[in-house]
Design a protein around this ligand. Structure first.
Ligand code: MOS
Length: 731
């Protein structure tokens, strides 16, 4: 078929759901009106490890409005079948109210259900739980790591010993929490054996499989609805215990139940970015050509599940070097299970690798960009595969020019303005291009409008808008005449809305479904004697503004409406799909960036102020430039948080998180966010997926921390290898 004219894709459009959002009409999980809903509040464990010895619910149950208190002594055994189709990491997932064990501080130990939220909250405060407490282990530095995951090529230890230049650096990265604006929330309702939940999730299908396995229900007996998600950053990528608690509470009380985690409960009721201890040793020659890297990585996980993330790939493929050795150990602690968060794995590795590259550049007296150029690989040295596209050199060139990199003083501490030391820093960033099987249903109605449905999710990047753009162009309709629906497990299945894979996966399925419907219409027309397009080769027809016409003869054609009406068709419909090509992979797929930062550091107070940031991205084709820019700004803001502010603090005496609130856990506010600029290189990745996109939601976060840390070094001469970089560390 003839390629369709692209009018919506690539245009800087505003969000199609913008009005709904700013007028409060977009309904988030807890806002759905579900008749007869009562309220549930979780009682969470106040010890970090141990056993429950007593539960006194008398006072709570005596309160007006309290319907029931549910805990391990009155909860029936739940099936908890294995769930292989989930994001649950290996291990034995937390089974709510199934025994007396406390595995971490904050674990749900009871739930109070009441007719009002206030009664449920008050009731929860009256439940007396007795514990046989044990000393929890929550300190990464003190605990015993498990067996490592290893990677090796060449002989890195030997190569290090013979390297002319050697670095041996140890980094500590704090635990981070996602802190989306909308807390996690669920409304659960049973209709006989059928369960419906309105949930905050990045994956309705994942929540559906989890509930179906926990309660041993057929998949089609569980429906998960999640049309709007108020930010998630990875925290919604699996179904957490409170969702089961809500469903259980609804079943046990016979009422629909609404359960919202408090901000405090968000710190142990959903996952977090694990803390890391990361030792990196680098070897190079005097010209900065890397010969070897040895990575020793320790990361926290829970005692009951082994969470891992992609912290290894960047060390294997970002720079050329013959010898690499990596050992990645998870350290089981008495904490809840971590999960992916903003640029997961890659952001962690990039802070370490890119900070170390800056140190190497400094040690050798080579410009940091030049050092990176000298180590640019010709292929992915971890697999021997060619890169589908890798335009990192261009990112450096454009970034250096646009940021004014030539103004960076190569000697640290040489620019000062009053009390402020000024420095510039940069970093490379990389994130893998993931995509997974997805489907989308497309229906073109007789009135010339279309509806496209896919389970998917939109936690904020603008999926409603960008998918509408893809559909509108592929159908030859305007944005206004296409409606994209998502966030319902009744719609065709899609992979998790995370890992930067939604556009590649869902978008490709939408494209496929719309192409099929357009082809149906074209075939109908060319075979219809009454159509002005009768007998025209299908390949010569395009559709624009809902009107099919001969590509080189726009006057000859007719509208979808006329065609469908004459043929007595109420609609045309198809199921679009995307699957990853089978067989061995022929390319290495990644998105890249070069990130630049300018900071000012107060000489006496140690305060770091980011003044300017620029990200230059090689993310393939950009479907929605305005939303992509927003994503980049968001990624950089999140990165500023990780670099300078965010730090979940645990009291290792009892495993309690001491800053489980937004007053003590610091996130960037407007005053922390300077001029931020994003540049996407024009282009596409034809190998990656039919749309040519490489994913951008994660890569925009990667590289922010090292760019800022390197700028801090350039400003002050101080090398801070601990995140967040605090004022104390700089005094
Ligand atoms: Mo992203 S950390 O997969 O939401």
């Amino acid at each position: 078929m003839s390629p369709q004219p692209q009018a919506a894709v690539g245009a800087p459009l505003s969000r199609v759901d913008g009005r709904l959002k700013v007028t409060g009409k977009a309904l988030y999980a807890a806002e759905h009106e579900v008749g007869g809903a009562v309220h549930a509040v979780i009682v969470d464990a106040s010890v970090g490890r141990g056993r429950i010895t007593s539960i006194d619910t008398g006072d709570a149950e005596a309160q007006p409005g309290v319907l029931k208190v549910i805990h391990h002594r009155n909860t029936p055994k739940l099936p908890y079948r294995d769930n292989s189709g989930s994001n649950n990491p290996p291990g034995r997932r937390l089974r709510v109210f199934q025994d007396d064990r406390v595995l971490f501080h904050g674990q749900p130990v009871a739930v109070v259900v009441a007719t009002t939220l206030e009664a449920a909250q008050h009731g929860a405060s009256l439940v007396e739980v007795g514990y046989d407490a044990e000393q929890p282990s929550t300190d990464l530095a003190e605990a015993q790591p498990g067996d490592p995951t290893n990677y090796a090529r060449g002989d890195a230890e030997a190569a290090l010993r013979s390297a002319v230049v050697r670095l041996d650096l140890t980094y500590q990265l704090a635990r981070n929490h996602h802190n989306p604006m909308e807390p996690h929330a669920t409304i659960a309702r049973w209709d006989g054996d059928k369960l419906t939940v309105w949930d905050k999730t990045q994956w309705v299908v994942g929540t559906q499989t989890e509930l179906s396995t926990v309660f041993d229900l057929p998949m089609d007996s569980v429906r998960v609805i999640s049309p709007f998600v108020g930010g998630a950053f990875g925290s919604g990528l699996r179904c957490w215990p409170h969702v089961v608690v809500a469903a259980l509470a609804a079943r046990e009380t016979g009422h629909p139940v609404k359960l919202v985690l408090s901000r405090r409960q968000m710190y142990f009721g959903a996952g977090f970015r694990p803390s890391y201890a990361y030792r990196l040793r680098l070897g190079s020659d005097r010209r900065g050509r890397l010969s070897a890297a040895v990575h020793d990585i320790d990361a926290e996980t829970s005692s009951y599940e082994t969470f891992t993330e992609a912290v290894l790939p960047a060390g294997q493929m970002l720079y050329s070097m013959p010898h690499v050795s990596q050992a990645y150990r998870t350290v089981p602690l008495d904490v809840n299970t971590p999960i992916w968060m903003r640029g997961p794995g890659f952001a962690t590795a990039s802070f370490v690798i890119e900070s170390a590259m800056d140190e190497l550049a400094d040690k050798l007296g080579i410009d940091p960009i030049e050092l990176r150029r000298r180590n640019e690989p010709n292929e992915d040295e971890s697999s021997g595969l060619p890169f589908s596209t890798r335009r990192l050199r261009e990112c450096y060139t454009v970034g250096a020019r646009e940021f004014g990199w030539h103004r960076r003083a190569s000697r640290p501490r040489s620019r000062r303005e009053g009390d402020w030391l000024i420095g510039l820093g940069m970093s490379a960033g990389v994130y893998d291009t993931a995509r997974n099987a997805a489907q989308a249903r497309v229906r073109l109605d007789a009135d010339g409008t279309a509806v496209v449905e896919a389970a998917s999710s939109d936690m904020g990047p603008g999926t409603y808008t960008s998918q509408t753009q893809v559909a509108a162009d592929a159908l030859g309709l305007t944005m206004r005449t296409v409606t994209f629906r998502l966030g319902d497990s009744l719609f065709p299945p899609t992979p998790p809305h995370g890992g930067s894979m939604t556009m590649a996966s869902v978008g490709s399925a939408v494209l496929d479904g719309c192409d099929k419907v357009r082809r149906q219409a074209i075939e109908l027309a060319v075979e219809d004697r009454e159509s002005p397009l009768y007998g025209v080769a299908a390949d010569d027809i395009v559709v624009r503004g809902g009107r099919l016409h001969v590509k080189n003869d726009p006057a000859r054609g007719e509208t979808y409406r006329a065609l469908l009406a004459r043929n007595h068709r109420t609609h045309l419909e198809s199921l679009g799909s995307f699957t990853r090509p089978s067989g061995p992979q022929r390319h290495s797929f990644y998105a890249y960036n070069a990130t630049f930062a300018e900071v000012a550091v107060d000489v006496t107070l140690g305060l770091v102020r980011v003044r300017r940031m620029l990200g230059v991205y090689d993310a393939g084709r950009i479907i929605s430039p305005k939303l992509a820019e927003s994503q980049a700004i968001g990624g950089i803001v999140g990165g500023i948080g990780t670099t300078l502010l965010e730090h979940t603090v645990t009291d290792h005496r009892d495993g309690r998180i001491v800053n489980a609130n937004l007053a003590d856990y610091l996130v960037p506010v407007n005053a922390d966010v300077p001029e931020v600029r994003a540049i996407y290189l024009d282009g596409e990745d034809r190998e990656a997926d039919p749309l040519g996109v490489k994913g951008l939601g994660e890569v925009v976060h990667v590289g922010v921390a090292p760019a800022i840390a390197n700028a801090v070094h350039n400003a002050t001469g101080r090398r801070i290898r601990t995140l967040p970089i605090t004022a104390e560390a700089l005094l």
